[in-house]
Design a protein around this ligand. Structure first.
Ligand code: FES
Ligand code: FES
Length: 146
């Protein structure tokens, strides 16, 4: 299959059947709201982190298919991972967005390399991942203060 087809198929799949969309009403979840300054689209990410493990991740947002499908993949990929592993996946994603060939345990993510053909959309694909980094930072910070 051509990367273009794969890109479209995977993005539409996650857009139409989003994984981890929603919110949990748990007081111990870290919540991050981030917007894409280019278009104003917004995502809210919640992470439930226990003992440095991402136990659960959920998101809500208004955005384009690329931003929301990327959030769907990201939340699925980091669930059950340690913070260190989650940050490594985020690093790998940055490398993918720079056009480097990267393999992911959660293979769907690789299809997002298709956005490299549309540089204006890289910010869409990256939004959820920036929220992930911020969420992990926030959780570490809250931990230090506790
Ligand atoms: Fe998403 Fe331009 S910011 S398409
Ligand atoms: Fe706004 Fe993609 S157009 S996040």
């Amino acid at each position: 299959m051509q990367l273009d087809d794969l890109y479209r198929r995977v993005i539409m799949d996650h857009y139409k059947t989003p994984r981890n969309k929603g919110q949990f009403d748990s007081d111990d979840a870290v919540s991050i709201e981030l917007n894409n300054p280019t278009c104003g689209d917004k995502i809210t990410l919640q992470l439930q982190i226990v003992d440095d493990i991402v136990q659960n991740a959920k998101y809500t947002g208004d955005g384009c298919s690329i931003s929301l499908s990327s959030a769907s993949m990201m939340t699925d990929a980091v669930k059950g991972k340690s913070l260190e592993e989650a940050l490594q996946i985020a690093e790998d994603f940055s490398a993918l967005m720079k056009g480097q060939p990267v393999e992911f345990e959660y293979e769907d993510i690789e299809a997002l390399s298709g956005v490299n053909k549309f540089p204006a959309r890289i910010k869409c694909a990256t939004l959820a991942w920036n929220a992930l980094r911020k969420g992990i930072e926030k959780s570490k910070h809250e931990h230090e203060q506790a």
